[in-house]
Write a protein that binds this ligand. Structure first.
Ligand SMILES: [Zn+2]
Length: 398
């Protein structure tokens, strides 16, 4: 573009030295949320898309795309990334001055060629985004298939060490009707691409609202229980950080899903009769974060021969934040949220608030039961069965 027109060249030089901030706006760069005011910003490339491949350092006046190689150190080059505007328009916007002569106007042919390049770049970016979406979907399906495989490979948990694990956790005898759990005798614990542990594990089938298996919840537990490990779970150490890793993990998805541990009991008279299952649609849902918590409450009610168990279902929502995503199937009209007292009280209360709102919006009545501060319901079950009086009072419930 440099030629025999010093006035024009000086105008272009002023555009190059123009505001980086303005140049980023001209090319249509949209930084990631929260980075708009920062000196270093990342976001989709105006030329080739993506999510965070394009970086702009406003203070150092540099920009770089790690995908298409767009890079530079002046405002004009930045304004022209993706060719949203013509060269002359970019100079005009950056300098705030009209072009000094008409000799460098964009010709109709140049304009058509520029727009054609831009259309092509947009089509490529769209195709790349679609490809990425397909890859994400494929990965999700593969994880679901692995979850299906792990679940399918498990053995029914009754008469397996899972019952011993529950007994070690004070959940004994195990009331009937517990389902959707299986046992894996030699389940690998993968972390960062390697197996850190193999051993006994309890599997929980996570079902989505459409009843499909979307994931499997895995709890590794000890082969030999000892009093100094009251939770009955192995120490699995991250060799990189030396930190203890969680002994519960989800394979596949958990969003909106639940482990339907007890699907609905028929409790007429003073003992449950018949078989639990889909034949008796539940009207009351007990919902907790963890399997052990939920079964502790179930056992306490069972020992009390509580009438609350009639047509009750017990679902494990895997984590607190997920409770709000769960859909209560008809005819469930009552939901009892069980909150542990051993996590941050504010976080727990906030998560339960959101779950409560969600179930009210679904037309359910909602009650909330909290374990004592610093404890979960399993701790309370093991402390001489001192479950809160509330759990035994029908007035607590909707
Ligand atoms: Zn790019």
């Amino acid at each position: 573009m440099r030629g025999d027109d010093p006035e024009f060249d000086a105008w272009v030089d002023r555009a190059r030295a123009g505001s980086f901030e303005l140049a980023a706006q001209i090319c249509g760069f949209k930084p990631a949320k929260g980075q708009e005011q920062r000196n270093d910003r990342a976001g989709p490339c105006p030329a080739c898309g993506g999510t965070d491949r394009f970086a702009v350092r406003v203070d150092k006046r540099v920009f770089n795309c790690r995908h298409c190689g767009a890079r530079g150190r002046d405002a004009l080059s930045l304004a022209l990334v993706g060719e949203a505007v013509s060269f002359v328009d970019a100079c005009e916007q950056l300098t705030g001055e009209p072009r000094p002569s008409r000799t460098h106007d964009e010709t109709p042919e140049a304009r058509e060629a520029r727009l054609e390049r831009r259309r092509k770049a947009e089509a490529e970016a769209l195709a790349a985004a679609e490809k990425q979406a397909r890859q994400i979907e494929d990965a999700r399906r593969r994880r679901e298939e692995s979850a299906d495989y792990v679940w399918g490979d498990g053995a029914d948990f009754l008469s397996t060490p899972v019952v011993g694990y529950f007994a070690h956790r004070g959940i004994r005898p195990l009331p009937h009707g517990v389902c959707n759990l299986r046992f894996a005798p030699d389940l690998a614990y993968w972390h960062d691409g390697r197996v850190l542990h193999r051993g006994l594990a309890m599997l929980g089938r996570i079902q989505g609202p459409d009843n499909r298996t979307i994931g499997v919840h895995r709890t590794w537990f000890d082969e030999i229980f000892s009093a100094n490990r009251p939770k009955g779970r192995p120490d699995i150490v991250d060799p990189a950080s030396g930190e203890l890793l969680p002994t519960k993990k989800v394979l596949g998805s958990k969003h909106g899903g639940a482990i339907r541990l007890v699907r609905g009991l028929d409790w007429r008279g003073d003992a449950p009769t018949g078989f639990p299952g889909d034949m008796i649609p539940p009207v009351r849902l007990f919902l907790a974060e963890g399997i052990e918590t939920l079964l502790s409450v179930y056992l306490a009610l069972w020992c009390d021969r509580s009438p609350l168990l009639d047509r009750a279902a017990f679902w494990c929502g895997i984590d607190l934040g997920n409770l709000r995503n769960i859909k209560a199937p008809r005819p469930i009209g009552e939901v009892i949220l069980l909150g542990d007292g051993d996590s941050d009280p504010d976080d727990t209360a906030a998560a339960l608030d959101r779950a409560e709102e969600s179930f009210i919006a679904q037309g359910c009545r909602v009650a909330r039961l909290m374990a004592d501060p610093g404890k979960d319901f399993n701790d309370m079950l093991r402390g001489e069965m001192a479950m809160p009086a509330a759990i035994r009072s029908e007035e607590t419930y909707p």
